[in-house]
Design a binder for this molecule. Structure first.
Ligand code: AMP
Ligand code: MG
Length: 418
């Protein structure tokens, strides 16, 4: 029997037993939110040419020296360059070119003056006639330079970086349409309990629906994995051992729920011990003390408690970091905030308590946190209805209204700064 360890130790233990999975190549559009498994390089300068950042006139800056509101300088437009077009003529002194946003800046010009600050004093402003300029632009004003976003051959996204939705556009511009990323872990979700029936059924006497599998598979998917909900396993040691051994062969990570404590029909601990290496049996947290972890056939096997809120917490706080690491992510901490409790809480035991709770703003803008009325570890509903977990640290001390507590935002991305 292994001793009770802290949440941090449990997380470190499970993290230490997994590595990023091998790379697979995905279409760029499917790479959003995933981690680059190699440096991604641009195949050209982006943008490939200097171009206008505004609709206006391409000019030689030097020719507008001394231009003011009272003594404008007149230039003659000799052509119009739309986006996608190229001006291949030559411009003599005193001439300019009308240019649209995105159009290549002709080499002979060095600034763009936007429409809004000039006047067309003769002609239609496109070809021939006169345009009045009232100020000298800065060098390269309203010009986006070639290679401003990326240079040919430059690593624009580094190995280990999470590709954002904007990053997908960035990579598209750089010609990177196939992205190496870490393969998604295949997670087996195994419900253990002779009382369980499929949620599609109406439970008979003494039976309940297997709700955990759905929650845990949803958690696995939300963590970026592929989830397989395996059939219900009754509280039968031999049957459980066979299923766990098999799942360890076919999956990258095996998650069970139920049968993880010390009841007469709780078999996940002896099964992991016999089939592999048992590394952890309980964690100093509430809900969710009975958390079993071990390795079977080289595969991590995690036995969550059966109580829904306890299973959920074990998954989100201990399993999820490991599943993220397997996909190359390196941030594992969700953001936390400090808030004042609106009600007190008696501490029933010294374990670290995670209360399902709702953050809100008080009248002065301060953060308040209100624990859900029902804190039973048997309930999913309060997690659905709340927006954080308010933490009461290890120890016996009760919490009073007005006490400041740390609240973890499990729905906010890991590594987010708030
Ligand atoms: P156990 O951890 O097996 O002692 O189960 C603790 C509580 O969780 C019991 O009330 C079980 O009926 C319930 N439970 C176990 N597995 C599930 C499941 N898959 N879905 C919903 N409740 C469950
Ligand atoms: Mg049970």
């Amino acid at each position: 029997m292994t001793a009770m360890i802290s949440l941090e130790q449990a997380r470190e233990l499970v993290l230490s037993r997994v590595e990023p999975l091998e790379a697979e190549t995905v279409d760029l559009l499917d790479a959003a939110g995933r981690v680059a498994a190699a440096d991604l390089k641009s195949d050209m300068d982006v943008s490939p040419f200097a171009h206008a950042a505004m609709d206006g006139y391409a000019v030689r800056r030097a020719e507008l020296e001394g231009a003011t509101a009272d003594s404008p300088v007149m230039l003659e437009p000799i052509a119009e360059v739309p986006a996608g077009g190229v001006f291949d003529g030559t411009a003599a002194a005193g001439q300019c070119v009308r240019i649209m946003t995105g159009a290549a800046l002709p080499d002979c010009f060095d600034a763009v003056v936007k429409y809004e600050i000039v006047d067309i004093v003769e002609g239609d402003g496109k070809c021939g006639g006169k345009v009045a300029f009232y100020a000298q632009p800065k060098q390269r004003d309203n010009v986006r330079e070639a290679g401003e976003e990326a240079k040919a051959g430059e690593a624009v996204v580094n190995r280990g970086e999470v590709i954002t939705t904007a990053g997908v556009g960035f990579l598209a511009g750089c010609g990177v349409l196939q992205v190496p990323t870490h393969r998604k872990p295949r997670v087996a979700v195994i419900p253990i309990g002779s009382e369980l029936v499929a949620p599609s059924e109406v439970p008979g006497p003494g039976h309940i629906r297997n709700s955990n599998s759905y929650a845990l598979a949803a958690c696995a998917k939300a963590a970026g994995c592929e989830a397989d909900m395996l059939p219900i396993v009754p509280d039968d040691e031999a049957a459980l051992e066979a299923v766990v051994r098999q799942a360890a062969k076919t999956h990258d990570f095996v998650v069970t729920s139920g049968g993880a404590s010390n009841g007469d029909f709780d078999f996940i601990k002896p099964v992991v011990e016999r089939a592999g290496e048992l590394l952890m049996t309980s964690v100093n947290m509430r809900p969710g003390k009975a958390q079993t972890f071990g390795i079977v056939d080289g595969t991590p096997v995690f036995g969550l408690p059966g109580n829904p809120a306890a299973a959920y917490m074990g998954f989100e706080l201990i399993i999820r970091p490991a599943l993220r690491k397997m996909q190359g992510y390196s941030a594992f901490e969700h953001p936390t905030v400090k808030a004042k409790l609106t009600s007190g809480k008696k501490k029933k035991d010294p374990r670290r308590l995670f209360m399902r709770a709702t953050l809100s703003h008080g009248e002065a803008g301060e953060l308040l946190v209100t624990p859900a009325k029902k804190q039973s570890s048997g309930l999913f509903g309060p997690i659905q209805k709340t927006n954080c977990m308010a933490i009461l640290p290890e120890g016996a001390q009760d919490a009073k209204p007005g006490d400041e507590v740390t609240c973890v935002l499990l729905d906010a991305p890991e590594g987010m700064v708030i």
